[in-house]
Design a protein around this ligand. Structure first.
Ligand code: DQQ
Length: 573
């Protein structure tokens, strides 16, 4: 039997065992499962640890047939602090077993927190983790951890290097020196890694090199910097294929390859695309961060501190991100948890070469259950109708719209070129010509509560402009939650079809417009539209009719996410 198949069988039996345990004694598991009364905002197919605080995804990797996800975790509470690396394993990126903490803050060089970092599969195939330690003086330093036993595919124990810290903040502000990337190897076989920083207040990707992964030397020149941004957190640097459909391993260089640099700042994940010369470590980009009116972001909603990894099993690059809460700290304490991970997304250079496109990994489709379909349905202006027959609070919806003659489309309002502002000024209830049209999700029967995910088409300068919005203004009767609207333009030709996919999971809506060219993630906390009281509608608030070419909506089954057993507390002495 193939090793990976064998491992899959073992993991499956652990899941079955855990499922049985949930019914008996696993109080942690039982208490924080989705429950329409006690835990209405807990998700069913997004990754969450059994309880407590989670933020950035760390060191995702594929190793010996198993996917690993580490994450910033507070083992003791639902508020940020005591930051350790939680660790979960999976054979399909959908079902997870939460295992022992991988790294805990117990050494002088990380006593104030084991902060974000990345995993690298070294040349001999063994994994290594570089992470930031907040040391006994609250300085940020970079540390190494290696598996205790590389033969263990679950990588349950990690040993910190005796050489830690490997990189100290010399000539850099010790408060702004963190989040090492996955390393890549140049043609000279030296490893390179980037550390996020700010120098003279400007975002900087410091470049380090090493022959042995232990002794690191900082290059005179950073890989990149920008005098238009502040501190860069969680940088990510990776190749994308110009003409292929596969993702690339982090050290791939050469013709038909471009490189992406992502940095997290101003609460968002921005990226630029350029040409990297491994011989000189020069990275040339145009446009650069903040150069143009339209900034490239992975997601125009709530999506931060993301990280990609190369999945050698399926030759793809996968993106994860932290999706924080939009309610208050005291709500998090009451819920007993805070923070989700996005659905893992496959990420590729778009055909235009100007941006990336993202799509939920195919494995998520295994959760699709009951399906309803529509074809060639005209939606008259000013109408709304329900898509009944599925569990609308836990669903996957794909729809494509065909638009009428765009001759009468509204003019793009002068002075309103910021898409997010445009979405809040022209929200879902503001009548237009071509739109607003789209979905009303997590909606109550009377539509008092709903989140509108929609498009609106404008005439720009000699072209049409497609706006995509996620309007949370009426998402909840609860006053105290953040209901900001999100919006972005979608680079599609509206004379062709416009597609939308939304993954709906109780308190999160991840939407993908134009086949993943524009993504918007929202967090919502309905009071009425919970569980079976939640509905799904199609609406058109424009004067022109639009046509649904195809619509498929599925009830989604829950993923299986279990703790293997009660966590061991880290030893504090
Ligand atoms: N979160 C980590 C830092 C990182 C920040 C601390 C980004 O390493 O810069 O939990 O969310």
């Amino acid at each position: 039997m193939e090793v990976s198949l064998f491992l899959i069988l073992i993991l499956q039996s652990i899941l079955i065992f855990c499922e049985a345990e949930v019914g008996k004694s696993h109080q942690i598991c039982k208490k924080l499962q989705y429950d329409p009364v006690k835990q209405p905002y807990r998700t069913a197919f997004h990754f969450q640890p059994p309880k407590n605080w989670m933020n950035d995804p760390n060191g995702p990797m594929y190793y010996k047939g198993i996917y690993h996800l580490f994450y910033q975790y507070n083992p003791y509470s639902a508020i940020w602090g005591n930051i350790s690396w939680g660790h979960s394993i999976s054979y399909n990126l959908v079902d997870w077993i939460d295992i022992e903490l991988a790294i805990s803050p117990i050494e002088s060089y990380d006593i104030n927190g084991c902060w974000s970092g990345s995993a690298t599969i070294l040349a001999e195939g063994n994994p290594a983790i570089l992470y930031t330690g907040s040391d006994f003086k609250n300085r940020q330093v970079q540390n190494l951890a290696m598996p205790k036993n590389v033969l263990d595919p679950y990588l349950r124990e990690w040993i910190k290097s005796d050489h830690n810290p490997l990189m100290a903040p010399i000539g850099v502000d010790p408060q702004f020196f963190r989040d090492p990337t996955t390393a890549w190897q140049g043609p000279d076989k030296k490893w390179r890694v980037v550390v996020g920083s700010q120098i003279n207040g400007h975002g900087t990707a410091l470049l380090y090199q090493s022959d042995d992964f232990v002794k690191w030397t900082r290059s005179d020149r950073p890989l990149h910097f920008s005098n238009k941004t502040g501190m860069w957190e969680c940088p990510d640097f990776y190749p994308v294929s110009v003409d292929g459909v596969n993702g690339l391993d982090t050290s791939v260089q050469g013709k038909n390859v471009k490189h992406v640099l992502k940095a997290s700042f101003n609460d968002h994940d921005y990226y630029i695309i350029g040409i990297y010369e491994p011989e000189t470590d020069r990275f040339s980009v145009s446009p650069d961060f903040m150069d143009s009116n339209v900034q490239l972001r992975y997601d125009y909603g709530i999506f931060y501190a993301s990280k990609t990894f190369y999945d050698s099993a399926k030759s793809r690059r996968i993106l994860w991100a932290w999706v924080t809460e939009a309610d208050g700290k005291s709500d998090d304490v009451d819920k007993g948890w805070s923070g989700l991970q996005s659905i893992p997304r496959s990420i590729l250079l778009d055909k235009t070469g100007k941006q990336l496109s993202q799509w939920p990994i195919e494995e998520i489709e295994k959760l699709r259950a009951k399906e309803v379909n529509l074809e060639n349905k005209v939606v008259e202006g000013g109408t709304t109708f329900e898509i009944a027959g599925i569990t609308s609070s836990q669903a996957d919806v794909e729809v494509s719209f065909v638009l009428p003659n765009l001759h009468d489309a509204e003019l793009l309002p002068p002075g309103l070129l910021d898409p997010q502002l445009l979405c809040s000024k022209r929200n879902a209830s503001t009548e237009g010509v071509i739109g607003p049209f789209g979905l009303l999700v997590l909606a109550s029967k009377d539509l008092i509560e709903h989140t509108a995910v929609f498009f609106r088409v404008f005439k720009g300068h000699g072209n049409f402009v497609v706006l995509m919005c996620s309007d949370q203004s009426r998402s909840s009767l609860r006053e105290e939650v953040d209901k900001s609207s999100f919006g972005a333009f979608v680079d599609v030709d509206p004379t062709d079809k416009i597609s939308l996919r939304s993954l709906i999971d109780h308190s999160i809506i991840e939407s993908f417009g134009g086949e993943g060219k524009t993504c918007i993630t929202a967090r919502v906390y309905p009071k009425l539209a919970i569980d079976k009281e939640s509905r799904l509608y199609v609406f058109n608030n424009g004067t022109e009719s639009i046509t649904i070419a195809n619509l498929s909506a599925w009830s989604m089954k829950g993923a299986q996410i279990f703790p293997l057993h009660k966590r061991r507390k880290p030893q504090l002495d």
